[in-house]
Design a protein around this ligand. Structure first.
Ligand SMILES: NC(=O)c1ccc[n+]([C@@H]2O[C@H](COP(=O)([O-])OP(=O)(O)OC[C@H]3O[C@@H](n4cnc5c(N)ncnc54)[C@H](O)[C@@H]3O)[C@@H](O)[C@H]2O)c1
Length: 395
């Protein structure tokens, strides 16, 4: 299953579909890509050509190799409804269309009638359950989540998400294929946010709480996380970059997916930014002002304050990572790989927990929980158990 000669189909030619098509072609596959909206595929073609030009300029690829690579991609300009039969020769079809369950279900329903009986149908969904997408298929065992990170050609991580009714061989073959594509696959359970989008929530949520309480402003919180945590981007810079609408949608989806567990509660601040159209960089305003001539206020570089902020956010992140181990979302190794290879965290959160001491993390969370009296700060039972038993991760 999923051999190196198969043709890869990519459905959806937006940011992710374009990147995935490029990755598959670079791995030597013939690729077919189509979209519902006219013009989307030509844009994908132009973007891939531009990316290839950069590779050639930087000496990472010869011009011949780049031309050959692009030549392996069949760009279907006709709307997907007319192009769907082109997917009949695909051994693997990866869906990367709009994040809407009914639209995805409708596509899978059509797709499964076109492809060969042994073709694998993958979804790149970030926040929907793979089970809910697979359930639209008559033969659903071959459906799997293959979740790339943005930009797909750059980010090594791919979350492989088997679902309740999926064939084991489909997930293991997808995992092996991603290794051959020189990606870093990890295995995640079909739970809200999978690994990365679940564990990363407090990076945003707790930082917004700190802002809302007036402990510090956005530049200071960003500075604290970069200065003391060595995160590449501060939470507010990152939210503005991702788009506050996109980040809010993921937060809401994870919160709803967990039956409104207070730990994942979205914030009013983020909702108001979205209400106001302050979506971040793309709209010119977000937490920061990106309009011409605007400058960001300087951070208050107070080390004592910075450390308090950093420790609070990190304790919440580590608690989330430990709870993901506790709830068997993924193995400790995969959890640490996911956060370093999917969102560029400077260290795996579990390795970080070992470094600062699990007892210290527990003490930080207990202090927050007693101060706020909120379930949001409840320490994971696994953290309590490991501290009680004097255990560490990876030992
Ligand atoms: N952007 C990210 O950071 C990111 C990361 C990982 C996964 N994802 C997931 O990947 C998927 C695509 O996201 P994106 O960021 O590329 O979105 P996008 O908006 O850039 O692209 C989506 C594309 O799908 C097309 N489309 C919509 N309905 C369609 C249909 N019925 N048939 C065919 N094409 C259709 C749109 O025209 C558009 O070109 C979503 O499920 C998203 O959750 C996104």
């Amino acid at each position: 299953m999923l051999d190196d000669n198969l043709t890869v189909g990519v459905l959806g030619a937006g940011a992710m579909g374009t990147g995935i098509a490029q990755v598959a072609a670079a791995a030597g596959h013939q690729v077919v890509i189509a979209d519902a909206v006219p013009g989307a595929v030509s844009k994908a073609r132009a973007n891939i050509a531009k990316a290839m030009e950069r590779e050639v300029d930087k000496g990472r690829l010869t011009r011949d190799a780049a031309t050959e690579m692009v030549g392996r991609i069949e760009f279907r300009d006709a709307p997907l409804t007319e192009s769907i039969t082109a997917f009949s020769r695909c051994g693997l079809a990866i869906e990367a269309i709009v994040e809407d369950l009914a639209t995805k279900q409708a596509l899978f329903h059509v797709l499964e009638r076109v492809v060969a009986p042994d073709a694998v149908l993958a979804t790149n969904t970030s926040s929907l359950s793979v089970a809910s997408i697979a359930s639209s298929c008559a033969v659903s065992g071959r459906v799997v989540g293959i979740h790339f990170f943005n930009p797909a050609p750059v980010m090594p991580l791919v979350e492989i998400v088997p679902w309740l009714g999926g064939d084991g061989i489909v997930a293991s073959s997808s995992y092996a294929l991603m290794q051959r594509w020189r990606k870093t696959p990890v295995l995640a359970s079909d739970t809200p946010g999978f690994i990365v989008n679940r564990i990363a929530r407090p990076y945003y949520g707790e930082s917004i709480r700190i802002l809302e309480e007036g402990v510090a402003d956005a530049p200071t919180i960003d500075w604290a996380l970069k200065e003391f945590g060595k995160f590449r981007m501060g939470p507010f810079e990152l939210m503005d970059f991702i788009g506050n609408d996109v980040n809010f949608a993921v937060t809401k989806s994870v919160f709803e997916g967990f039956f409104f567990d207070p730990r994942y509660k979205p914030s009013l601040t983020q909702r108001r930014l979205v209400d106001a159209g302050f979506l971040g960089k793309k709209s010119g305003r977000g937490y920061y002002d990106y309009r011409d001539g605007a400058t960001a206020p300087p951070p208050k570089m107070d080390a004592t304050l910075g450390l308090v902020i950093f420790q609070r956010v990190l304790a919440m992140l580590i608690n989330e990572a430990i709870d993901a181990v506790h709830m068997r979302v993924a193995s400790p190794t995969d959890i640490d790989l996911a956060m370093t290879k999917g969102v560029n965290y400077p260290k795996g959160l579990l390795a970080w927990a070992n470094e600062i001491g699990l007892d210290q993390v527990l003490a930080d969370l207990e202090r927050l929980q007693s101060e706020y009296g909120e379930d949001r700060y409840r320490p994971s039972p696994l953290l309590r158990r490991m501290v009680r038993d004097g255990k560490r991760f990876f030992e």
